[in-house]
Design a protein around this ligand. Sequence first.
Ligand code: MTE
Length: 304
Amino acid sequence: MAKRTDWGLPHSAITPEEVYLNRRKFMQGTALLAATAVLPNPEYALKDAKLTKPELATSYNNFYEFSLEKGGVKPLAEKWKIPSPWKVEVTGLTDAKRSYTLEELVGLGGPLEERVYRFRCVEAWSMVVPWTGFPLYQLITKLKPKKEAKYVAFTSYANEKEMPNIKAQPHYPWPYTEGLRMDEAMHPLTLMATGLYGKPLPGQNGAPMRLVVPWKYGFKSIKSVVKIEFSAEQPKTLWNQLAPDEYGFYANVNPEVAHPRWSQASERVLDGKLFPTRIKTLKFNGYEKEVAGLYKDLDLKKNY
Ligand code: MTE
């Protein structure tokens, strides 16, 4: 397998402020693909939140292509030979339709930066982690979708020889698919992540590139993306096809709307304790100020 370029690198010795100011100049062009440092974006530092321990965030995973057991994903994903070069097909309503290598997409979507986000699963557990990535709007802008494109659909890698649970769950509509409305995809918070805790994304967290939408339940944050499609119609998603009454298309974190199997009013912090800390869930996972405007004309109880 070809050597992986390091897409999630430790911080440099320069202060974040210094670099933030010069970030664009610093990280432009091919420099970002050479092993230059990726720097934290202080706008998304989440200073008051406690970071989840890396060993917890990288061993308690939902990646159903590998296993239904949270602890069962990592041992299998560690053995997974991540295809290299990684190819992503861009298709649908754009003239930029073709297959891109990961390097090309990072080149278009970068510069890379580090952002600390809250991450809340629909199963009512949560973590706070530093992602390395680029805001998706930077990539979409370069791919110039046509004006009829109202949605962006994403597809995960699926190979039943490499991912044992695909065959074991034949009733799942594989591959894993997800989607966003175009304005959600273009929101500055929506990130394409290539790293976690300053290192390249491990297999179990969705290597080598996954979506992170911090105001939505974690299942929207699709892993190991191999296809990006611009469409006029709302795309089908794996969970919505499997259990539409449980998993809506929007999936905005909302303590006021219970999931049929879980209250969403509070969440268990992934802290490794026998009796984990419970905290109240915040609307839009704490990003209400930034994203509530996207949904001002939408009934969030119906559009869960
Ligand atoms: N993407 C794929 N391809 N397969 C999955 O099973 N699980 C989702 C999401 N993305 C999933 C996926 C769910 S339910 C959650 S909560 C998050 O990934 C978990 O991400 P993490 O393991 O990095 O915490």
